[in-house]
Write a protein that binds this ligand. Structure first.
Ligand code: PLP
Length: 369
């Protein structure tokens, strides 16, 4: 299979496979809270991973909490900032957030919070200056993803970070799709940043939450004092080790230019196909993502490509199981028919240039017939 669906979740990176193979024969399966040798080995592994994950975003290990992924990290951060809100009742966010942000926020809206949504255009772009006018004295916190999982569009989270910090308003950034694909200098944020590792080749079910100020933070589940009391529950040691392993790859940024070249190879093959449009220009996009508007339903193209051995997706992995038109594209002003015609292609470590060229030719043929 030629795998062009990294934004949904990538296969384990070769470094992860190699590391896990060697770890499975060792003693690191133990509970890291245990005082014996096996427990200490597991603890060491967790702390070694914390160091490389912290390094990948330019921060200290003390601010990093491991979680079961970005869904948990997003939920924990949103709850934390809500509990810290005092009398303020407004939350500022964007209407293209991942469901793990959108669902908690929608629920809060039903509970009486006021939600202020940023405008988004047909290309997934949020005007950078808008946030300045949105932050008034009632804003409790803001939430902005760094890049959209479906379209690859980059969002102005750095500008949000600067404007929020000026007013001492916490900002939560969902950086899941950016980690390993662009620099994520978390230190510019006064608030929190979440991500997971499986988009870049860790095991699934592991991620991280960075907090600029960890004091007073309480995780979603209470219990043991793991993760400095911020996340109760025995650590998933091998999954955390896999996150540490891909953190080294993420920090190097070595493949980013290559990925953007592959995206252009794919686009060049289909740019002249009737009714095919590119949703996000290269300069406004993650280097690994190409989102297309097609002349007919994307599901059909996905199935035909699958038969030819090419894996892509229509909508995000969460939305595509449901056969509903993508809520992200609807939020960008696409109508229902158009929103059912969005195709996402995302490259990464599990494909190489010859695979991309082969897939580009197959894609051209599918979009021709
Ligand atoms: N946020 C974004 C932008 C995502 O793309 C995803 C995964 O699809 C998540 C959050 C949820 O991550 P996880 O699957 O690690 O819970």
């Amino acid at each position: 299979m030629i795998f062009l669906d990294h934004n949904a979740g990538a296969p384990p990176h070769p470094r992860v496979r190699e590391r896990l193979r060697s770890l499975l024969g060792g003693e690191e399966w133990a509970n890291p809270s245990s005082p014996h040798r096996a427990g200490r080995a597991a603890k060491e592994l967790v702390e070694e991973a914390r160091e490389s994950v912290a390094l990948s975003v330019g921060t200290s290990t003390a601010q990093m909490t491991f979680t079961s992924g970005a869904t948990e990290a997003n939920a924990a951060a949103i709850r934390h900032w809500a509990m810290d809100a005092g009398d303020r009742r407004t939350i500022v966010s964007t209407p293209v957030e991942h469901p793990s942000v959108m669902e908690p926020l929608r629920r809060m809206e039903l509970e009486g919070w006021r939600l202020l949504w940023a405008p988004v255009d047909r290309h997934g772009s949020v005007p950078a200056d808008w946030i300045g006018s949105a932050l008034d004295g009632d804003v409790a916190f803001a939430v902005c993803m760094s890049a959209n999982n479906e379209t690859g569009a980059l969002l102005p989270w750095r500008k949000w970070a600067a404007e929020c910090a000026k007013r001492e308003i916490p900002l939560h950034v969902d950086a899941t799709q950016s980690w390993g694909r662009e620099d994520v200098p978390v230190g510019v944020v006064r608030g929190s940043v979440a991500w997971s590792g499986h988009k870049v080749g860790s095991l699934t079910g592991v991620g991280a939450l960075w907090l600029s100020e960890t004091k007073g933070f309480v995780g979603l589940a209470q219990g043991g004092s793991q993760e400095r009391g911020r996340r109760a529950g025995t650590e998933s040691v091998l999954a955390i080790a896999s996150l540490g392993e891909v953190a080294r790859v993420a920090a190097s940024g070595a493949s980013r230019r290559e990925w953007s070249e592959w995206i252009e190879i794919l686009w060049e093959q289909v740019a002249d196909r009737p009714g095919v449009s590119r949703t996000v220009a290269a300069v406004d996009s993650l280097p690994n993502t190409l989102h297309l508007g097609l002349p007919s339903r994307a599901e059909t193209a996905v199935m035909r490509l699958d038969l030819e051995g090419v894996a892509v997706s229509a909508g995000s992995a969460c939305a595509s199981g449901s056969m509903r038109p993508s809520p992200v594209l609807l939020a960008m002003g696409w109508n229902e028919t158009e929103a059912a015609r969005g195709l996402r292609i995302s490259v990464g470590h599990a494909v190489d240039e010859s695979g991309v060229r082969k897939a580009a030719a197959i894609l051209r043929e599918v979009l021709t017939k």
